[in-house]
Structure formats: structure tokens, C-alpha cells
Design a protein around this ligand. Structure first.
Ligand SMILES: [Zn+2]
Length: 124
């Protein structure tokens, strides 16, 4: 599944959606905070312009929202099963802490997914 040419490869490895060779971010590890969010303007390999139009990455917020929901609800369920004595507000608090800790990876993934929605892999 994680082979070049699949969307999952590009998304999870933070590679250019068109050539699957160039990096999207300066550093694919979102927890290197000194370089957090720093993206190449263009793919260093195939020259694809990542920020295709002004505000292009605003749409990634919707992806990020969806990812957040997809993490929050199962986590809330798991926390409530693991710690049955917790009150609802405590479970929500745990989920919020989890989401905050995961924010960097959700941010990176959402941009990577957003790019992959619009750009297809092209074998060169
Ligand atoms: Zn490329």
C-alpha cells in the first residue's frame, strides 16, 4: 500500500502529489517545531507549485476538521471504556489534550491530503 504511486504514499510520506519524489515540507517531522509549517513553494523535483492559488490551503482546514473529528470520537469512546469512572467533562478534557498534542501531525496531514485531492500522480 505504501508504494510510490499510491495516494497513501504521498500523503503519509509528505511527498509531492505529482512526482512522489519531492518533499512538501522542509522537514517531514511536524514535531521539529523550529521548522514547523515551513513548506517548499514548489516541488524541488518536478516544480509543481504547491500553493496553486491565493488561499489554496484554507481548504485544508476542512480536512483538518474532519481528521480532528475522526480522532476525537473514537478516542472519547476508548477513554470512557478504559476509565469508566471519568465524568463526561473529564473525557472531553482528555480528548482536547490529545487533539492539541496531535495538532502538528493533523496540520501536516491535512495539507498533504488537500494537495492529493487536486493533483494526481504522474509517472515520469
Ligand atoms: Zn513533484
Amino acid at each position: 500500500m505504501l508504494t510510490k504511486g499510491s495516494k497513501a504514499y504521498s500523503i503519509l510520506k509528505m511527498k509531492c502529489p505529482r512526482c512522489h519524489d519531492g518533499d512538501i515540507f522542509f522537514n517531514a517531522n511536524p514535531y521539529v517545531l523550529s521548522q514547523f509549517g515551513k513548506m517548499h513553494d514548489r516541488c524541488p523535483v518536478c516544480d509543481l507549485k504547491y500553493d496553486m492559488e491565493p488561499g489554496f490551503f484554507l481548504g485544508a482546514m476542512y480536512v483538518s476538521y474532519g481528521l480532528g473529528i475522526a480522532v476525537a470520537f473514537p478516542s472519547g469512546f476508548i477513554f470512557s471504556q478504559l476509565f469508566p469512572d471519568l465524568k463526561l467533562y473529564q473525557v472531553i478534557g482528555l480528548v482536547l489534550i490529545e487533539i492539541i498534542l496531535l495538532m502538528p501531525i493533523l496540520y501536516y496531514l491535512s495539507r498533504s491530503i488537500w494537495l492529493n485531492i487536486f493533483v494526481a500522480y504522474r509517472k515520469n
